[in-house]
Write a protein that binds this ligand. Structure first.
Ligand code: GLC
Ligand code: GLC
Length: 649
């Protein structure tokens, strides 16, 4: 048996009985051509997961009809972008790319209002916006929108699908890519599929994992991790109405979809294509690590999860090849890497860099950062990192225990220290954070808080400590500076750009107070944007600091965009002869070289100037200060929290 031969016979038969008359002649040709290229892989993946089921081919045929319908609905303007992107597919590695993520209501507050925020985004240099989930969701707690009731309808307070399409096209005209969430591990318990299941419809009950008693849940739970132990123990929820246990990895109202059922794969593909056809440039694959369950494992990062994502990727290549996938795998660094592939996810969050930047700020040491990135930073040239510092979620300390142990760091104790440090329980800590998801059984804990509060601005303002304020601003710029220069798309988390402090108001809101991640979901209002854009003058120490952050980021972004070495280039993580400093080199095919040197401590540091020899030049310029740095023999000096972006002259 040969997959290639089988797949080509299978495709022939499917096409012979598929009605393509709804497609224009040109699209029918495109469709069959793309199927020729991508169907063999789709066939291989689909039959790998579903081949043992008697109705596999029936569902495969249905899937091809779903893809056809997806292409029929794709607007001509988007098909044009498909063709352009096929010609230059690696746009996401470009130095021009700078992202920002935000909730529509915290920035708009509606979709239509966002048109007026485009000048603000452009002033900062943003070219990619990730709108946090805006789909219809249950009233009250909806896990910040990650419990989707309808992928084809927006929350009424935000606007309509038409509004979203209009926004997508305005953004596109301004050179800004739209990124949307593809929340496909689960739906809310108010999705029509879940409602039908609740009404006793067996077909839809099979869309989810429902169990009559605890026998099977107990077996699984022996090896499962608890994601939100503060809201519910275990991963299953008893539903009174149907008297069944439902698999709910996250909140009890988020029902995990059953991907062992090919009908679920097909149905969700149709929703995915709907989101692609709104005009998104990338889809963020939410909680993708959890989509496949295997008894005796932790049901994360399973082989078939990868196969399914690759199958989704094939579907996208056939219908909407301009759209790429962004992996949201907040898991062990070795597992994060496995999602990154041209044929799986072209983009991936970089949770290792994120966590270790915070680690370096707390410890003032860079060994763990350097060693870990030496091991885990390199990825395929056809893919790219999405480098971030903060997001709407908590910070989990997802470094590799083996690397830590090699350095003599006890991983358990060290995570304990980091949690203590960032929740301000460690004496001398500058941070104001909030503990999250503390697990009473095993002591696990994560941290929430805004960039500014975690960097010390909140405490310093409270104590009217001028030096503390200065250091906090420098910490913020240092962390973002690394994301702008190390290689990948830097992703700002909105409200960071103006250094906003923790918002504790969620504690008064019944639907939010049990979920401390709301402390870092912060509105950017008219006063903030006016201040940032220079329309009003700063009138308090807090506002002076905010403006310093905004201007500092703006300057770095401008600089990044001027030099191609920040885009398509290799990254080499280097050893520094000073344990407080982090050093890396960027180098592109044109021979351009950039050396980035960062001081993670509040004291002056020095490095041997021989480090500069890697640049192979007679003098260099620090792009951030504009100063020339000579190659003379004296040590290289760095001010507290200073970073140098050294370009060879
Ligand atoms: C992702 C989201 C997080 C959400 C979870 C479940 O990790 O970032 O906010 O709670 O998925 O959808
Ligand atoms: C866990 C999950 C991650 C999710 C987060 C939500 O860390 O691994 O996917 O975003 O919880 O807080």
């Amino acid at each position: 048996m040969s997959y290639a031969a089988d797949s080509s016979i299978c495709l022939e038969r499917i096409l012979a009985s598929t009605d393509l008359s709804g497609l224009t002649k040109k699209d029918a040709k495109t469709f069959t051509q793309r199927l020729k290229v991508h169907f063999p892989r789709l066939f291989e993946h689909y039959t790998y997961v579903y081949g043992h089921q008697y109705d596999c081919y029936f569902h495969l045929q249905k899937l091809i009809e779903i893809l056809r319908d997806g292409l029929i609905s794709r607007k001509p303007a988007l098909k044009k972008i498909d063709n352009e992107r096929l010609k230059s597919p690696l746009w996401y590695r470009d130095e021009q790319q700078v992202g920002m993520a935000f909730y529509v209501d915290l920035m708009g507050p509606t979709l239509n209002d966002l048109h007026d925020k485009i000048p603000y985004l452009k002033a900062l240099g943003v070219t990619y916006v990730h709108l946090m989930p805006l789909y219809d969701a249950p009233q009250g707690d909806s896990d910040g929108g990650y419990a989707v009731s309808n992928y084809r309808k927006e929350k009424p307070v935000l606007g309509t699908v038409k509004d979203l399409e209009k926004l997508a096209s305005s953004l596109q005209k301004e050179g800004i890519n739209l990124v949307l969430d593809f929340v496909f591990n689960h739906t809310s318990d108010e999705h029509t599929w879940a409602k039908a299941a609740l009404d006793g419809d067996k077909r839809y009950q099979n869309y989810y994992y429902l169990f009559d008693d605890r026998t099977i849940p107990d077996q699984y739970e022996e090896t499962l991790r608890e994601i939100f132990p503060q809201v519910r123990r275990g991963s299953f929820t008893f539903n009174e109405q149907i008297e069944k246990w439902v698999w709910t990895t996250f909140n009890s109202f988020q029902w995990d979809l059953n991907y062992s059922n090919p009908e679920v794969f097909n149905a969700i593909t149709s929703e995915m294509l709907f989101l692609a056809n709104i005009g998104s440039a990338a889809l963020r694959l939410d909680a993708l690590a959890f989509i496949w369950k295997e008894v005796g494992t932790n049901c994360e990062n399973q082989e078939k999860a990868h196969v399914l994502i690759q199958a989704f990727n094939c579907c996208l290549q056939i219908v909407a090849p301009a759209v790429v996938f962004k992996s949201e795998a907040i898991v062990h660094p070795d597992e994060v890497l496995k999602y990154i592939d041209k044929e799986e996810c072209q983009l991936s969050y970089n949770p290792l860099l994120m966590a270790l930047l915070w680690n370096s700020l707390a410890t003032r040491k860079t060994r763990l950062l350097t060693h870990s990135l030496k091991k885990s930073f390199a990825i395929s040239n056809e893919c790219t990192w999405v480098n971030y510092v903060r997001c709407h979620d908590d910070i989990g300390w997802t470094f590799d225990d083996a690397v830590a142990s090699q350095l003599g760091i006890n991983p358990f104790d060290h995570r304990y220290f980091l949690n203590q440090f960032y929740t301000g329980r460690f004496e001398g800590s500058f941070a104001n954070g909030v503990p999250f998801a503390e697990n009473p059984s095993n002591g696990d804990c994560r941290v929430c808080g805004s960039l500014a509060s975690l960097c010390g601005l909140e405490g310093a303002l409270k104590n009217d400590d001028a030096q503390g304020i200065d250091e906090a601003v420098k910490r913020m710029l240092l962390l973002y500076g690394v994301t702008f220069s190390i290689g990948g798309i830097p992703l700002l988390y909105s409200s960071d750009e103006i250094g906003k402090l923790n918002d504790y108001s969620y504690r008064q809101d019944e639907s939010k107070k049990h979920d401390d991640r709301w402390v870092n979901r912060i509105a950017v209002n008219e006063e903030d944007t006016a201040l940032a854009l220079g329309q009003t003058a700063p009138s308090s120490k807090a506002e002076v600091a905010s403006l310093r952050v905004f201007k500092g980021l703006q300057k770095m972004i401008e600089t990044r965009k001027q030099y191609s070495v920040f885009g398509h280039a290799q990254t080499h993580i280097l050893d520094a002869d000073n344990q407080h400093c982090f050093v890396f080199m960027r180098e592109n095919d044109g021979g351009e070289k950039l050396l980035v040197v960062c001081n993670f401590s509040e004291h002056k540091q020095q490095l041997q100037r021989s480090l500069l020899a890697t640049l192979n030049c007679t003098s260099t310029t620090d792009l951030l200060s504009g100063e020339t740095v000579s190659m003379e023999a004296a040590p290289l000096l760095l001010a507290p929290y200073q970073q140098l972006w050294l370009l060879a002259n």
